[in-house]
Design a protein around this ligand. Structure first.
Ligand code: PLP
Length: 367
């Protein structure tokens, strides 16, 4: 039968629309947004200055090859700039990789509580997302490998993962890579790599450098504090870089993002300060929330996943409503198959203390 109106390609209407973190609490004067893993320290002063300077030349197209930023990233990480592609956020790159490598009927694997952009990017191409079970809220290499079929083209792995905050050690990432057939591209999404302080963790640079089927995606949205500008980058084998460059928008990264990104990647002091703030308050939140009797999944990122009981009056939904009334905005994660948990980004000292006090009051109230 002929359709009576235009129809999106198969898969598109199977996508559950992405619901971003809330940012308002009606009627509350002072709001602490802890729902999108943004940094409480903001962008560095040098980054903001570089961004402002772009205002003088808004008439000019940006450099479509993003050379200066790729060179700056290459210098900081010791990488060949020719093997770097920049994008309008790492979302852009994840979608470009999906478009470049997936077609109708193909499969892309992600884990149960994996980042929601993966199924969205996959379904948008007409391919099928295949969900590998996790163990203890953590990616399970054997379970991922068991999902691989002739149709598998991509494996998405957020390491550390959002919203769980868990990671797998480099040995495990290597074991995953070794178990994959050579035609499968492993996408290591290391959006929170700068926050991780574990000796057995690697974002993936070495694996990309030594193989033909691994890419690593990074973002400026998190520790660098540039979420508003939409900027990310990937490092990959030359043939993957070539494929992505052919389909990306010729000016997919804007001039303000380029200028700010160059300043941000060079401002190591700001990164160190942000990392130190995060380490201190991540540990504090994990311990203090744990003392209240709530389970916190051990996190290596800049956020914690807090599990609530299913008892009436104590649920995650009710906690969210209680906190929101105090201007403390956390993230419901039902969309991540975690209906009994809330995700909280590490905030300022003030915000962190207010959340712990509020959770204590919430749990202490008569049911
Ligand atoms: C925040 C986040 C990103 C970054 O997305 P951008 O588009 O760069 O803002 C990527 N992956 C994961 C898992 C994230 O949590």
């Amino acid at each position: 039968m002929t359709a009576t109106r235009p129809q999106p390609r198969p898969g598109v209407l199977d996508i559950a629309p992405y619901i971003p973190g809330k940012s308002t609490a009606p009627g509350v004067a002072k709001v602490f947004k802890l729902s999108s893993n943004e940094t409480p320290l903001g962008a560095s002063a040098s980054t903001i200055a570089a961004y402002r300077a772009v205002a003088e030349h808004l008439e000019d197209y940006p450099d479509g090859s993003v050379s200066e930023l790729r060179e700056a990233i290459g210098a900081v990480f010791g990488l060949d700039p020719a093997r770097i592609v920049c994008g309008a956020g790492s979302d852009d790159l994840l979608n470009l990789l999906a478009r470049a490598y997936l077609a109708d009927g193909d499969e892309a694997i992600h884990t149960t509580h994996g980042f929601l952009v993966y199924p969205i990017a996959t379904l948008g191409t007409g391919a099928k997302p295949v969900v590998a079970p996790e163990k203890n809220y953590t990616a399970d290499v054997d379970a991922i490998l068991a999902c691989v079929s002739q149709k598998t083209k991509l494996v998405f792995l957020a390491n550390p993962n959002n919203p769980t905050g868990t990671y797998i050690p480099f040995d495990e990432v290597k074991r995953l890579h070794q178990g994959l057939p050579p035609h499968v591209l492993l996408i290591l999404d290391a959006a929170y790599a700068e926050y991780v302080q574990r000796n057995d963790y690697e974002a993936g640079i070495e694996l990309v450098a030594t193989s033909e089927n691994v890419v690593m995606c990074r973002t400026f949205s998190k520790i660098y504090g540039l979420a508003a500008l939409r900027l990310g980058w990937m490092y990959g084998p030359a043939h993957v870089v070539d494929a992505v460059n052919r389909i990306r928008g010729p000016f997919n990264v804007n001039a303000a993002a380029i200028a700010a990104g160059i300043a941000a990647i060079r401002d190591n002091e700001h990164v160190e300060r942000s990392r130190a703030h995060n380490s201190r308050w991540l540990a504090w939140l994990t311990e203090e929330i744990g003392k209240l009797g709530l389970t916190v999944t051990p996190s290596v990122g800049n956020f914690v996943l807090i599990h609530f009981p299913q008892t009436n009056g104590r649920t995650a939904k009710e906690a969210d409503a209680f906190l929101t009334k105090r201007g403390l905005i956390l993230r419901q994660v039902g969309g991540y198959k975690l209906p009994n948990a809330l995700r909280m980004s590490v905030g300022t000292e003030e915000a962190n203390r207010l959340v712990v006090q509020a959770l204590s009051d919430f749990l202490g109230k008569t049911a």
